[in-house]
Design a binder for this molecule. Sequence first.
Ligand code: NIG
Ligand code: FE
Length: 416
Amino acid sequence: MTSTLITDIGELTTNVERGADRFGTLTDAAVLVQDGRIAWVGPAAEAQGIAENRSGVRESARRTESQTPDQFSSDAGAIEVIDADHRAMIPGFVDSHTHLVFGGDRADEFEARMTGTPYAAGGIRRTVAATRAASDDELSARLTGFVAELHAQGTTTFEIKTGYGLTVHDESRLARLAAEVTPEVTFLGAHVVPAEYSDRRDAYVELVIGEMLDAVAPHARWVDVFCERGAFTPAESERILAAGTARGLLPRVHGNQLGPGEGVRIAVAAGAASVDHCTYLDDADVAALAGSDTVATLLPGVEFSTRQPYPDARRLLDAGVTLAIASDCNPGSSFTSSMPLMIALAVREMGMTPAEAVWAATAGGARALRREDVGVIAPGARADLVLLDAPTRVHLAYRPGVPLIGEVFKDGVRLR
Ligand code: NIG
Ligand code: FE
């Protein structure tokens, strides 16, 4: 058995509700990791005894000459001890919304936006052309680079959507490549109607819900649709979600990003795990979300990168809506994979407290992916952990742009 004891944690955010503290904050804490899972969480003062007990270390166990000072011997194996030096620890970030398999970039569009050209969904077609032209090896190499980028920034669980292929062949290869790096793959054949179908959109919808869905479903867990003016209508969106659900995929929706619309209503009616963007909501949308199990996933990187108004997180939280925040990393509307940046924006621009933003970036993302094994630091959960180079989680918003991600563990394995 491999055991790691991380001790002297100054502030530990567990996300396990304790009385009035829904963030489950402990001070002077320790975490014991065994075989990739959390085995115990508690006061640092009790940690050593618990660790020795749980690892089968006998009372007489003591360091031997061949061991480093931060290991203890036992018949059952060694315990590695990591001193957090009073820094803060949080669960690894859960980025529940990305579009990381694509070719090319659209830096020119971003530059034009910064001098006044508005964002439009049609830009997706440029990335579709670049993605179709890229080989599997090129897309995979890029994906590997993005995964390293995510890990370096503390993200240990991430979702990836297709949606830049839009042919049966390309959507299925994007899903297959994404599935090599994450179990959370989303079929987004309904991202935009591709140019070659622009005067035959019904035929494209038929393709998506027929042959394309059949080809992608074996690689995917989720089905998504961009329900928006310029993308898919409410009626088309409902058909696509129903077809995906019938094929065993779980629904999620891109909605209410560029203007008011039916996205939220459709997502709630479909029992979607999440409706993402939620920038333009009316009172009925907020009430529907509050009365549902559908998470509202806010993507502040989009508003930052498109100069659109930010969604009002405070209004949603006060109404009782469960929120996640995610990067939406994609070459058009938000080319950043930084969850710390999302936290800083959520606090500065959307009315969230630092603790609420950290919760939304961890436990909220896990809810948006219907995952109970990540986003919390509790016995049995995956040992996906981030030690911050800071004394508290508040620093993630308080020191924007500063690299505060220290050690990162995924399934108990240290990634950095
Ligand atoms: O989530 N809204 C739809 N899709 C992406 C944008 C994709 C693009 O512009 O390439 C989004 O913002
Ligand atoms: Fe998106």
